[in-house]
Design a protein around this ligand. Structure first.
Ligand SMILES: Nc1ncnc2c1ncn2[C@@H]1O[C@H](COP(=O)(O)OP(=O)(O)OP(=O)(O)O)[C@@H](O)[C@H]1O
Ligand SMILES: Cc1ncsc1CCO
Ligand SMILES: [Mg+2]
Length: 240
């Protein structure tokens, strides 16, 4: 939650981290985008997630689902499948998560980190996009983004981003912010958020000594990002 909120602030967005069901009706009308993350799922938070998604849909606001460790327990898998009925605009997960969600099955994965490559989840991502109507993004060395037909790759980032917890959660939150700015262009917003986050990882890595200082320099790089760095570094391609 810390990294997610600070990533959003560095990008110029205005985060609020809300869990209590009593607060959903008061907070949700103020949103421009919603991020639902099941990382620390509980049986009391799930109804709040459904209530927030319902309101976002009624308000015509985009929302993003992060299916953290979806295949690690029956409760997570069932909860995620239920959340899909609330029509997320975008689903962003690592390859293991997208493979499991697409096949609606529990895997052999041990937890929140991926044991698959994003490029091995392209067909699963396309299938999930087609069955849900969502844009599906698979993070990894190449971030893969698809609407079920078109597939694009965002090639920025550094491997050490995997050594900081919640970089995936943070980029999902950034996708929500980009969707809030470009609600009619969900695929472009998603690819841009992933690419920009990767660029700030690259810039941060140039200054970092390890994961802890990368975390700090990544946030600083996002805060200080300018058009020159974006234009010279962003690397998004069509994938066959
Ligand atoms: N090998 C890599 N090379 C470059 N960038 C990477 C690599 N692996 C991950 N990334 C980047 O790190 C970020 C997090 O992606 P990752 O796939 O690790 O998410 P995740 O498993 O959901 O993370 P978490 O659960 O810790 O939030 C993304 O921006 C992704 O592009
Ligand atoms: C480590 C961890 N545990 C639940 S959520 C989370 C952050 C990475 O997904
Ligand atoms: Mg994750």
């Amino acid at each position: 939650m810390d990294l997610m909120a600070n990533t959003l602030l560095a990008a110029g967005a205005s985060p609020a981290m809300i869990h209590t069901i009593e607060e959903i009706p008061d907070f949700t009308p103020h949103i421009d985008g919603l991020c639902i993350n099941i990382g620390t799922l509980s049986s009391t938070w799930l109804p709040s997630m459904k209530a927030a998604a319902t309101l976002a849909n009624q308000l015509g606001k985009p929302w993003v689902l992060d299916p953290v460790a979806v295949s690690a327990s029956d409760f997570r898998l069932k909860s995620c499948l239920e959340l899909l009925n609330f029509k997320p605009t975008v689903i962003r997960g690592n390859a293991s998560e997208i493979l499991a969600l697409s096949s609606a099955s529990k895997g052999s994965d041990k937890g929140v980190d991926s044991s698959h490559r994003s490029t091995d989840a392209v067909e699963a991502a396309k299938s999930l996009a087609k069955s849900t109507g969502a844009i599906v993004a698979v993070s990894g060395a190449v971030d893969v983004i698809t609407d079920g037909q078109q597939v694009v790759g965002a090639h920025n980032g550094v491997p050490m981003m995997q050594r900081i917890t919640a970089t995936g959660c943070a980029v999902t939150a950034l996708i929500a912010a980009f969707l809030a700015a470009e609600p009619l262009h969900a695929l472009e917003a998603t690819a841009s958020a992933l690419s920009i986050f990767g660029v700030t990882g690259e810039m941060g890595n140039d200054l970092a000594k390890g994961p802890a200082s990368l975390r700090m320099h990544l946030i600083d790089s996002l805060h200080g990002l300018d058009e020159v760095a974006v234009i010279s570094r962003v690397n998004i391609t069509n994938m066959p």
